[in-house]
Design a protein around this ligand. Sequence first.
Ligand code: NDP
Ligand code: 8X3
Length: 255
Amino acid sequence: MTQKIIFITGATAGFGEATAKLFAKNGWKVVATGRRLERLEKLQNALGKDRVHIAQMDLTDHASIKSAISSLPNEFKPIDCLLNNGGLALGLGSIPDIKIEDWRIMVETNIMGLILTTQEMIPLLKQAGRGASIINIGSVAARNAYPGGNTYGATKAFVSQFSYNLRTDLAGSDIRVTELAPGMAKSEFMKVRTYGDDDVNESFYEGLEPILPEDIANNVWFIANQPDHININMIEIMPLCQVPGRPEIIRKYSI
Ligand code: NDP
Ligand code: 8X3
């Protein structure tokens, strides 16, 4: 049987890195992308060059997306699964105490980066044929409002609706589309959101049992390995300690 191939955006940390490890361990080939080359190299060294291809790719730069995809070696084509995972939140301020530049970066990364990657990848997914899938990482923040969620949550609401619309556009093709929407998860997400605060990653989750990156990787595996005729439209996951519609459960622990 030919090895399947997953293309992951944001494979240098958190969900993307855990997914790369899980899929490589289970016999898939992995295309790992992100901006931090040294982390990609470390991942490739750990998992093996025959198993992992790396490409430095910035989701805010269309040329870099095109180049990463067009320069894929033959052994890493076609693509059976695209995991649109790379993304970020910046800042926890409530309107109007926000930085417009943060909003611009979130929109460029979480929205534009995801749609441009998808558009560039469609031909390679079509080549893979039946069983190919696109998995878009959304968030519970798309449907639950909390102070400071403003533009971040709205970018994830975009991901949610785009996933459904994409599924409709691709109806009749062999490509499946899923929105995977996690709740509070301990990765580097909060460190990035607080502009690099190392301590927050520990203090924010104290007394809580958040989702771990490996939990999300397991769900990506479940979605990508469904029978070819099954499309999981959407999965939303929260840790038990997080309650829908009760954002203060998170806010209580926010910095
Ligand atoms: P991490 O910060 O641990 O990982 C984020 C990944 O996104 C990194 O690999 C980073 O790579 C990549 N990334 C960020 N900006 C860019 C860019 N401009 N170009 C390319 N890659 C980029 O966070 P998570 O693993 O938690 O986040 C993964 C996804 O899950 C995000 O879309 C996030 O919004 C979403 N999410 C997170 C939740 C959480 O609570 N943690 C809950 C729900 C959704 P690099 O910096 O090397 O480029
Ligand atoms: C991240 C989850 O609720 O912290 O997408 O915004 S939340």
